[in-house]
Write a protein that binds this ligand. Sequence first.
Ligand SMILES: [Mn+2]
Length: 375
Amino acid sequence: MSKPKDSKQSDTGSTDTAVQRSIFEADLKQLALRLMSMNTSSSHNHVQLSSAECLTVCHLAVESMKTRDICLMLQSPLNVVADIHGQFHDLLRIFDSLGKPPDSKYLFLGDYVDRGKFSLEVIMLLFVQMLMHPNSVFLLRGNHETASVCCRYGFRAEIQQRFSKIQANQVLSGFIRAFHWMPLCAIVDGRIICCHGGLSPSMMLKPFDTNGSRQLNLNALSSQLHRPLEPKRSGLAMDLLWADPNPGSTMVYFSNSNEMKEAKWVHSARRQCSFLFSGAALQQVLRMFRVKLLVRGHQMAQAGFRVSLDRRCITLFSAPGYCGIQTNSGGVLQIIQSSKEAREAGTFFVMKPTKWEQSDLEQLFWTDMTEGPGG
Ligand SMILES: [Mn+2]
């Protein structure tokens, strides 16, 4: 695969640029074909990828994502896919069943890497698809697309296994740099807000305005999130990637009114970071962005999806048989109608886990790296 030309070396004549672009397009198309046609009958077959190919794709992905807002505005029909976690065989099943881009449009909610041993194939195919079909493939960032997480739960180990030491360092840095530019949320049809984790109590503070317009709050979002971005221990970016809906209700005593009320935000003890948000917190944020629903990933759901918080929150999880030890199905949300009034999100496409032999599971999953933050 040809590397991008250093701008200092090229005369940047328009013909030159056009030729260069067509070379990239041919290379990307060939790379996509190689990835899409991987022999999936055996768990041993990886797609041979060179470090130069990985670095070129990362570079082009950064250039492409730089031109996009941190919150994408999208239109249906659209398939929403959540956590893949290196399960490349299952990603190919999704494309087989629901169509390949650009014939079908996709929004991915992050957590492409870690847990599964085919993280490189997953992230490379999705970056290549995004570059080839910028109006049909959209990628949000997950909490695993951060340096501190992907270096611990399998992605770094996979890269170290597949490249020489020097190359591995370069490839890993290339991907981490690309992760810094991924958008953090999307609004579909002006009625569904999507992100990997969830909401943030920072949205209750200035420059956000709980009574303000959608545009004011979108402006607040972009003014608070500057890329390249590596999330800090707490704050808005961290919560978009890590927060979860509160499955129950947490009552707290408010001394000024002398009563017990449901807490809107509770520290997440299980994750040791970020928050659990209540139905009331969700309603407030939905109103701020003039949307009706939240669709997010980040938590394993046995059926592939879970509906909560008075049907205003949908958790999607697209990695069936997660980590090779779970029996969960994988879910994809097909948003097919753009009726502004409809509260229904769309249709769920559900995949059962593939039945693998025990010896295959070792080829497919980092079974010794299943501890940790989950989803
Ligand atoms: Mn996650």
